[in-house]
Design a protein around this ligand. Structure first.
Ligand SMILES: Nc1ncnc2c1ncn2[C@@H]1O[C@H](COP(=O)(O)OP(=O)(O)OP(=O)(O)O)[C@@H](O)[C@H]1O
Ligand SMILES: Nc1ncnc2c1ncn2[C@@H]1O[C@H](COP(=O)(O)OP(=O)(O)OP(=O)(O)O)[C@@H](O)[C@H]1O
Ligand SMILES: [Mg+2]
Ligand SMILES: [Mg+2]
Lengths: 219, 219
């Protein structure tokens, strides 16, 4: 499903090159639930950005569902990112001028070209425990954990086959965090592939496999 | 040191009023180390913003070091916020166009009116485990946890008497999080008052007292 072959990601900075990923080789099968752990700055977000096709390797190859991302035409890359992959960002990346509801609806509009009439945005927001007036708040009118949950609902909007989660419970109390993990476990049970970065051993234990990264290298 | 008397903070929204704080009465003594816990959306950040004088009560009174914040002239309010209080924000609020170094130096420049020549910014960044080339990266060239640590270093720049921390280890692995808690414990040992919001029982256990908030009311 997801394969990295000796992937390097190097940032060229004035003070010297930063090897965010320094030769990562990794295989993730369809329907796997993988947790990625490692120290702050070790390369977890960089790895997830590669898998999510938001960034390309400096060297090495990345295959998503058997296709080498270097050889994908732009249109196919866009479809992959919009339909096959759902991304929950470490810093949420919600659109500031849209409400929670509109933020979740947005990927649906991108896909179908029209506003949503299925009720899916409200349903997803209810699933992550956000309902009532809050769905019409903009991000800056929501708490940190409420924003995180909007980001989670948005990632699920187009029912992606692959879910990439960058510290999805980092701003949540343990009870709300558990509710989110129940959702992820359920989605994995439906056959979705999940790659989740987390700093919590407790959260990582929901995965079938834990990968540790250190200084851009898988341990 | 910090006293709230029946503080309410009400947001008037189209869908109805949101009682972010619904009558909070609380006393925190000089040199106390208090943890604030509660579900996502329960009012923790709102409470911290009140104590940090970034926001005012809708009703009720707030006293910082014996002074009622309603009666403070603007200049004294500014001094309090700049010199007496250090704030580590849940979403970091780093200045995007400045480097990590410049972000930490900024409060020093605000205070003295001149660029820093004491070496304090570099020293604080080293204290939180950020050194070498990284201190010249801008926030978007840093990992989530590195940004969080820059926010911590910045909060300490003017050696504040009161430190307000909104989930200071939320993006950190346990080892780095422990290093931050060692710093906070040390500062508390020097007599600083610390009010820390956290979702982690482990992190909360470093405090002398745990306050739980639910739906804007202290339990
Ligand atoms: N500007 C605003 N306008 C309207 N409602 C707001 C605004 N800011 C916060 N709220 C609401 O006030 C309540 C408390 O928010 P607060 O940010 O204090 O929660 P919190 O306890 O810090 O949550 P978290 O653990 O998720 O960070 C929430 O229901 C939130 O939606
Ligand atoms: N745009 C960039 N330019 C230069 N260096 C970068 C850039 N983005 C990330 N880095 C560096 O690459 C390394 C890996 O960053 P990454 O964000 O992947 O870490 P992480 O494991 O997600 O950390 P955290 O747990 O703190 O979120 C870090 O040293 C970081 O400073
Ligand atoms: Mg990261
Ligand atoms: Mg908060």
């Amino acid at each position: 499903c997801i394969r990295l072959e000796d992937v390097k990601r190097i940032y060229q900075m004035e003070a010297g090159d930063v090897y965010a990923l320094n030769g990562v080789t990794l295989d993730i099968g369809v329907g796997d639930f993988v947790a990625i752990m490692g120290a702050s700055g070790s390369g977890k977000t960089t790895l997830l950005n590669q898998i999510g096709c938001l960034d390309q390797p400096t060297s090495g190859n990345l295959f998503i569902e058997g296709k080498n991302t270097r050889e994908l035409p732009d249109s196919e890359m866009t479809d992959l990112r919009r339909d096959a992959i759902g991304f929950i960002f470490q810093k949420f990346n919600l659109i500031p001028l849209l409400t929670a509801f509109e933020n979740v609806e947005y990927p649906l509009i991108l896909k179908t070209g029209a506003r949503d009439s299925t009720g899916r945005p409200a349903e997803l927001l209810r699933l992550v425990g956000l309902d009532g007036g809050h769905i019409h708040h903009t991000p800056n009118q929501l708490s940190g954990g409420q924003q995180q949950r909007v980001a989670i609902a948005r990632a699920l909007a187009n029912d992606p086959r692959i879910l990439l989660c960058d510290e999805p419970t980092g701003n949540l109390d343990s009870k709300t965090g558990q509710q989110i993990m129940d959702i992820l476990t359920d989605l994995n049970g439906q056959g979705k592939t999940i790659v989740m970065v987390t700093h919590s051993d407790e959260i990582a234990s929901f995965a079938d496999r834990i990968i540790t990264i250190r200084d851009g290298v898988i341990q």
